[in-house]
Design a protein around this ligand. Structure first.
Ligand code: URA
Length: 209
């Protein structure tokens, strides 16, 4: 699928399988999500811009490359996106963070915005929008639309799990936004849940069920 990166590394797949199991505790679900987020960040930042700085090794002065973490913004779609953030920040600690609050209208399944806060000077920054589940695509589409209003240099979308319906919807609305996912599941059910999936990501991260 064009513009979709399936991160099929064995470590990613193994951890995702453990997370899917209904008897995984909140504690282990959260820990696995954290580890998976780190591994996904490795792929997502593969082409991130670098700059050369001068440093001193114990032996001599040399030029070496660094990432300007401040140019990266992770935009978390509340509330489940928060579960991915910690892991991403642990590998890119200088990244800035934005939040977008959207809830899913249970009847129409459309996204309704209640909060939006991102760093200043977005025009200088590369954005990664994060949400564990790309299901109907409504939240991701609305979040990316909103982020585009701030005119960042680039936008990517990262999730753990998606389905053909979610990818189709997001690509129809934002064909320019690359999608990174650890799995593409079979289908969406009538309630907007991914099958076989892992259930409600927010509830599983925060233990609210
Ligand atoms: N959101 C979730 O948390 N799980 C799904 O399966 C779909 C959307």
């Amino acid at each position: 699928m064009a513009n979709v990166t399936l991160v099929d590394h064995p470590l990613v797949q193994h951890k995702l399988t453990l997370m899917r199991r209904k008897d995984a505790s909140t504690n282990s679900f959260r820990r696995l999500l954290n580890e998976l987020a780190m591994l996904m960040t490795y792929e997502v930042t593969r082409d991130v811009g670098m700059q050369e700085i001068e440093i001193e090794t114990p032996l001599e002065t040399t030029k070496a490359k660094v990432i300007d973490g401040k140019k990266l913004v992770f935009v978390s779609i509340l509330r489940a996106g928060t579960g991915i953030l910690d892991g991403m920040l642990s590998v890119v600690p200088g990244a800035r963070v934005g939040h977008i609050g959207l809830y899913r209208d249970p009847k129409t399944l459309t996204a309704v915005e209640y909060y939006f806060k991102v760093p200043s000077h977005m025009e200088d920054r590369d954005v990664v929008v994060v949400d564990p589940m790309l299901a109907t695509g409504n939240s991701a589409i609305a979040a990316i639309e909103r982020v585009k209003e701030t005119r960042p240099k680039s936008i990517k979308f990262v999730c753990l799990l998606t389905c053909p319906e979610g990818i189709k919807a997001l690509q129809a609305a934002h064909p320019d936004v690359p999608i990174f996912t650890a799995a593409i599941d079979r289908e969406l059910n009538d309630h907007g849940y991914i099958l076989p999936g892992l259930g409600d990501a927010g509830d599983r991260i925060f233990g609210t069920k």
